[in-house]
Write a protein that binds this ligand. Structure first.
Ligand code: NAD
Length: 489
């Protein structure tokens, strides 16, 4: 059965993304010097809310939480309005900080991600009370803050996650302590400072969100065990999500993905080729939702590859893929003595041209994605690489495509994509893969509100079920019962 998506709908989606990306963003902001900026200061200005000691940070965030408890929801929303304004203003700068500190991603795309967070992260309107009435009176259910939230954030979207989490957690009435990724600490702390500056401008307490000068596993442990921390929110890979889920506290876990894409022979192949490369190369494949491997019907695979090549892809041979494999994945011995392959951090989020250079191929910046043909067991299919390398596996029918795509996702139940006009195929894959996000006929970023309907988040909580988190995810239900009265009918 054919599903009609009009050309004008497609043009609108693409235009939305282009409009959100300031074209001269990268040029506007000079590369910050590491001498001018670290985890405690930016150009000599002390960052607000940054502590040496985790216990002190928790006490400060708790004082901030108590201060906003006494404020009206309208006042809280004023703080959020200021966070949105500063985030928009400083988006290109934070994007540049993130790329400089981590060496990962792209300034123009990171700028767009910050603007997306500013515009599409829900605020206090997301907190909705409900009521039940009946013969026995009125029962009111309200969504209350937890108190102080302990949040662990990744290196891949550092300031984006700090700001997105802060908007939602503050809208819900909480204070926050962050234990950011050590490789992105200065960028994350700049974002913590931005939230506190916004808080002051909005009439809130001097410090509402806090972070560490030097976050470590030890500071994370203190955070996880402090009685003042009532909720843990963790965005990162499988190791850290496991750690917070075994902490004995209420925890929201947003873990790893390995999103497959199926392209069947009813798809608009021209659009699919472009969409897949656009999504896969967004911020050099750092987003956990980005396309990581393709399962293409054999009868359209050549055409699909042709379209990808027209859109900035560079196809490498099986021999070159084997060479690259040895560079982007490295062997590591686990605690129990097993040898496993892990991604080489020096390759994560790097430009396609930089990765190609490592195998002696020299191309210009017009090449934004490396593609190769691979079989299902290839490391590029099985590992979440987080770099612009996209393996394409040929399949003969929808049964094989779904079977392999589900296996490649490894039960993360995170994100999957499909290009098809066959409603039966789309429905079958959506049911089988059970992911939090399922994007049909669009680049992956449509799944977080970029050219797709719905709010955004940078904390997609599959394992614990909150899904596309927002302010209401950081609340706890409270019930107030007025027996036998207060009905008006
Ligand atoms: P990471 O797993 O290396 O680190 C995440 C955070 O956890 C860091 O702050 C790190 O210091 C900390 N950490 C690691 N082990 C810990 C432990 N045992 N106890 C306490 N803290 C610990 O993450 P990364 O490499 O920066 O990010 C990439 C990973 O995160 C990918 O797997 C990606 O899919 C995932 N991710 C998921 C989402 C989502 O919304 N589901 C969003 C972004 C990234």
């Amino acid at each position: 059965m054919a599903l009609n998506i009009s050309e004008s709908d497609i043009a609108k989606i693409v235009q939305n993304v282009i409009d959100a990306m300031p074209k001269d963003a990268a040029k506007k902001v000079a590369k910050p010097s590491v001498r001018d900026w670290d985890s405690t200061q930016y150009k000599g200005r002390k960052l607000i809310g940054i502590y040496d000691d985790m216990n002190e940070a928790i006490i400060a965030a708790n004082a901030g939480y108590k201060a906003i408890r006494d404020m009206s929801v309208e006042q809280r929303e004023k703080i959020i309005t200021e966070i949105r304004r500063l985030t928009r203003e400083e988006a290109p700068m934070m994007a540049q900080l993130g790329v400089t500190e981590t060496g990962m991603g792209r300034v123009d795309h990171k700028t767009a991600k910050h603007i997306l967070v500013a515009d599409k992260t829900p605020g206090t309107e997301d907190i909705v009370a409900s009521a039940k009435t009946g013969d026995n009176g009125l029962t009111l259910i309200e969504m209350a803050p937890f108190g102080v939230v302990g949040a662990i954030t990744p290196s891949t979207n550092p300031s984006e996650t700090v700001i997105c989490n802060s908007i939602g957690m503050i809208a819900a009435g909480n204070g926050v302590v962050f234990n950011p990724h050590p490789h992105a600490i200065a960028t994350s702390n700049y974002a913590v400072d931005l939230v506190n500056r916004a808080c002051r401008l909005g009439g809130g307490p001097d410090v509402l969100v806090c972070s560490m000068v030097k976050p470590t596993m030890e500071t994370a442990k203190i955070m996880q065990t402090s009685p003042l921390i009532r909720l843990l929110v963790c965005t990162g890979g499988p190791g850290v999500v496991r750690a917070v889920l075994s902490s004995g506290k209420k925890a929201i876990g947003a873990g790893a993905g390995n999103p497959p894409v199926i392209v069947d022979d009813t798809a608009d192949i021209i659009k699919a080729g472009k969409d897949i490369i656009d999504g896969c190369t967004f911020d050099n494949n750092l987003p956990c939702i980005a396309e990581k491997e393709v399962f293409a019907f054999s009868n359209i695979a050549d055409q699909l590859i042709g379209e990808m090549l027209k859109n900035g892809a560079y196809k490498i041979t099986a021999e070159q893929a084997a060479q690259l494999n040895k560079i982007v994945l490295v062997e590591k011995t686990t605690k129990d003595g097993r040898t496993v392959k892990v991604v080489n951090r020096d390759c994560v989020g790097r430009d396609a041209a930089v990765l190609l250079q490592k195998i002696g191929v020299h191309v210009g910046p017009e090449v934004r994605c490396i593609i190769c043909e691979a079989d299902f067991n290839h490391d590029f299919v099985q590992h979440e690489l987080m770099m612009p390398i996209l393996p394409i596996v040929r399949v003969s029918n929808i049964d094989e495509a779904i079977d392999l795509a589900v296996k490649a996702e490894h039960g993360n139940r995170h994100t999957a994509h499909m290009h098809s006009k066959n409603i039966d195929n789309l429905s079958r894959f959506a049911k089988a893969i059970e992911t939090t996000i399922f994007v049909k006929n669009a680049p992956s970023y449509a799944g977080i509100g970029f050219g797709g309907e719905g709010h955004t988040t940078f904390t997609i909580a599959g394992p614990t079920g909150e899904g596309i988190t927002s302010a209401r995810s950081f609340t706890r239900q409270r019930r107030c019962v007025m027996a036998d009265s207060f009905r008006i009918i």
